[in-house]
Design a protein around this ligand. Structure first.
Ligand code: NAD
Length: 262
């Protein structure tokens, strides 16, 4: 049995993870971490919920910590959880992490198994590999790459972590660095499109669970790779699969490519 703790347990993904983990026979939920600044008591049907500052209380009884919270919360979590996570494992699904948080994750990976993914769905991870291959096959002079994503109106970061991961996968296929090619949206007097640029566009509204489209636009033909998540439990199932896989692994940094084998 893998004992998991969930950070962001009161959120949309946290609640999905709690439900899915309880449905599995090979997992136990040891406790949750979330904001406790409201009047609600720190429990949910007898489950212990603590603040980030007190995370050691639940991490002591857990094998894997799963974090789907917010970028600022993940940064704070790493300050408090690094000690208790020694020899254990961390799965991070939170998106929009800054460079300092990425560094803290690298540091933690010397003493704990750390897996991060902007998207835990099987289909998107397949799409990442395909994007690199198509970008390598269709040269930059002839095919322009644009990435369009759509998400529900409550999402607070843009472009999505998945769109950025797709852009990185495309840049890798072109053997370039994304920071040299990235263009977030267009407006006003933009001038002609530079060769090799990778455009990112974010649509927000309604209840869209998550859509990503990678366009390879040529003068006379176009290729599109597209993915649509129909239900957020696809991310939860992937994250729990990753947590199970990570349990007992050696310290280091892992991705869904390691878990899925492609
Ligand atoms: P949400 O807003 O519904 O839930 C976030 C939870 O984190 C809330 O319960 C909130 O109280 C808690 N939280 C925020 N700041 C906190 C703090 N400082 N201390 C303690 N708790 C804090 O969001 P959501 O839709 O569940 O998404 C959560 C994250 O997961 C986002 O970053 C989102 O982009 C990401 N996400 C990733 C994937 C993936 O496959 N990797 C899929 C869906 C969502």
């Amino acid at each position: 049995v893998t004992r998991v703790a969930i950070c962001g347990i009161r959120g949309r993904m946290g609640q999905t993870l709690l439900r899915l983990a309880r449905e599995r026979g090979d997992m136990e939920v040891a406790g949750g971490i979330d904001r406790l600044d409201d009047a609600k008591p720190g429990t949910q049907d007898a489950l212990r919920i603590v603040s980030i500052a007190n995370c050691a209380q639940v991490l002591g009884d857990s094998d894997v910590l799963i974090d789907f919270s917010a970028a600022a919360a993940t940064r704070e979590l790493l300050e408090h959880a690094a000690g208790p996570l020694n020899g254990r494992a961390l799965v991070v699904g939170t998106t929009g992490l800054d460079a300092a948080t990425e560094e803290a994750l690298d540091e933690l990976s010397r003493t704990a198994a750390v897996l991060t993914a902007a998207n835990f769905s099987l289909g998107v991870n397949l799409l990442l590999g395909l994007t690199t291959r198509v970008a390598a096959a269709l040269d930059a002079e002839s095919f322009d790459i644009e990435i369009v994503e759509a998400h529900h109106r409550r999402k607070t970061d843009a472009p999505s972590g998945t769109a950025l991961a797709l852009a990185e996968a495309a840049a890798r296929g072109r053997e370039e660095s994304l920071s040299d090619l990235r263009r977030d949206g267009r407006s006003g007097d933009t001038g002609e499109r530079p060769v090799g640029e990778i455009g990112l566009h974010a649509v927000r509204g309604g209840g869209v669970t998550g859509e990503h489209r990678v366009l390879f636009l040529g003068e006379r033909e176009r290729v599109e790779l597209a993915h649509e998540a129909l239900d957020r439990s696809v991310f939860g199932e992937g994250a729990l699969h990753a947590a199970r896989w990570l349990h007992g692994r050696r310290p280091g940094r892992y991705t869904m490519q390691h878990v899925l084998g492609f």
